[in-house]
Design a protein around this ligand. Structure first.
Ligand code: NAP
Length: 475
């Protein structure tokens, strides 16, 4: 854990092991912190806020810029660590490190774009001034699926705004969090500005983060179930709250689209990070007129995907994070099978040979998926592509919107009018039109409904860490 600039053990002296999900081997151990450690971290962040919040935007920008340079120079070692700890193939880890560093650079620039305004008064002897100030100490809680970029997406804007941070990273990926903190401290952050409490028992740390009056804001990325509980606790203490939660993305192929092109896009997108992404497509809507060609192309692509240790050449799909994740996918696929889905590819755990000690599930295509199947409504978080055949393009937007989630959606069409109507009609925060990667540090990321509150990245990303102060000056 990092508390007030010192890497420390837990007060309890306990630690826990970190495992490689591809091999089951231990790759290290970290301090197993608790409530007492969380309080010390908050004290450090609270003290450091007094000076960090007074630094100039240029100083904060310079630190973030240096952090970007350091992360870029360490990209290969960070990517290797990510593959060993989280499982995604090395190429995908490199892409994530690049995405993570993009937030450091973007917010190095945004730090200098925080401005106030003079506002009109009805009185000639009065002036109004409105400025932005940092909210204070930020408590951040992050997931394992993007174990470096989910940190920089929060810490970058928080630091740029002048806030200090206490982080609790996911239990499965504390080593990536430590390596990210090494980048930030090596960039010259003063002691106490960022602090990290690792733990295998998140609830007591979460309780402190959401109840300590010195914490001004909670920023959480993770499941809707946990986010809902933490947001409720934080709100009861009037902390500001941003929560980036789960998703259930529709992927709509319209009848005018090229089904082969769309299927290639679906195959590329669905199996990224073994499907463990909040913006992963969970419902592939295909018109019956295109279903055969779409499914044929999708299946042939999925059959060719190699599943294994992400360090090995040619592997396109790594392990799932743990046994619970594999069991959840298995339950959803069995439910779909029992209710009549076809399984032309995959549909089972991989347990032999190089898969025997890891958490592997075969890349899978489900056909004839129906609303009564659990996979139609529950987030999958695994390498399973559920295809739903539809008849009426007038109704497909309504079908896609029939979910409490509202994070990402994808549309394939060649018609600009169809694309625009879909963009306007879909109730989701991020929409890819013939585009399987509608994300970047430069654009807002976040969802509607049960997918969360707030936006990260883009111009909005920093405003989550600022509040407004208005001055009326009688002159
Ligand atoms: P999770 O179980 O909700 O965990 C997220 C974080 O919350 C972890 O650090 C976890 O710690 C912690 N946590 C769990 N229970 C807690 C409690 N009672 N108090 C305080 N902290 C607690 O989610 P996950 O399985 O790690 O991540 C997958 C989920 O994240 C998916 O639903 C995915 O869609 C979502 N996600 C959303 C976005 C987005 O931007 N919208 C991005 C990535 C992921 P432990 O690790 O110790 O359990």
């Amino acid at each position: 854990m990092l508390i007030n600039g010192e890497w420390t053990e837990a007060r309890s002296g306990l630690s826990f092991e970190v495992l490689n999900p591809a091999t089951g081997e231990s790759i290290g151990s970290v301090a197993d912190g608790g409530a007492e450690d969380a309080l010390l971290a908050i004290t450090a962040a609270h003290d450091a806020f007094k000076t960090w919040s007074k630094t100039t935007a240029y100083e904060r920008s310079a630190v973030l810029y240096r952090a970007w340079e350091i992360m870029t120079s360490r990209a290969d070692e960070l990517a290797h660590l990510m593959t060993v700890e989280q499982g995604k193939p090395l190429k995908a880890s490199k892409a994530e490190v690049k995405y993570a560093s993009d937030f450091l650079l973007w917010f190095a620039e945004e730090a200098k774009r925080v401005v106030g305004e003079w506002l009109p008064s009805q009185r000639p002897d009065q002036r109004f001034l409105s400025v932005k100030v940092p909210v204070g100490v930020v408590a951040a809680i992050t997931p394992w699926n993007y174990p470096i970029s989910m940190l920089t997406r929060k810490i970058g804007p928080a630091l740029a705004a002048g806030c200090t941070v206490v982080l609790k990273p996911a239990e499965a990926t504390p080593l990536c969090a430590k390596a990210t903190f090494d980048v930030l401290t090596d960039a010259g952050l003063p002691d106490g500005v960022i602090n990290m409490v690792t733990t295998s028992n998140p609830a007591p740390v979460g309780d402190i983060f959401t109840s300590d009056p010195r914490v001004a804001k909670l920023t959480f990325t993770g499941s809707t179930a946990v986010g809902r509980v933490l947001a409720a606790k934080a709100a009861s203490n009037l902390q500001r709250v941003s929560v980036e939660l789960g998703g259930h993305a529709p992927f709509i192929v319209f009848p005018d689209a090229d089904p082969v092109h769309a299927a290639k896009g679906a195959a590329a997108l669905k199996f990224l990070n073994a499907g463990q992404a909040c913006i992963s497509p969970n419902r592939l809507y295909v018109p019956s007129s295109l279903a055969d060609l779409f499914q044929e192309t999708l299946c042939s692509r999925v059959e060719r995907l190699q599943t294994g240790n992400g360090l090995h050449d040619g592997v396109g799909v790594g392990p799932l994070i743990n046994e619970v994740a594999v069991a959840k996918v298995e339950t959803q696929v069995e439910d779909a099978r029992n209710k009549g889905a076809g399984i032309p590819v995959g549909g089972m755990r991989l347990v032999n040979g190089e898969h025997s000690n890891g958490h592997f599930y075969a890349p899978t295509v489900l056909t004839d998926v129906k609303p009564e199947m659990s996979i139609y409504r529950e987030e999958t978080f695994g390498p399973v592509a559920p295809v739903i055949t539809y008849e009426d393009p007038e109704q497909v937007i309504e079908m896609a919107n029939d979910t409490n989630y509202g994070l990402a959606a994808y549309v394939y069409t060649k018609e600009i009018g169809v694309a625009m109507r879909a963009f306007e009609g879909l109730r989701f925060g991020i929409i890819g039109i013939n585009d399987v990667n509608p994300t970047s540090a430069s654009v807002p990321f976040g969802g509607m409904g049960d997918s969360g509150i707030g936006r990260e990245g883009g111009h909005e990303g920093i405003s989550e860490y600022l509040e407004t102060k208005t001055g009326g000056f009688a002159i």
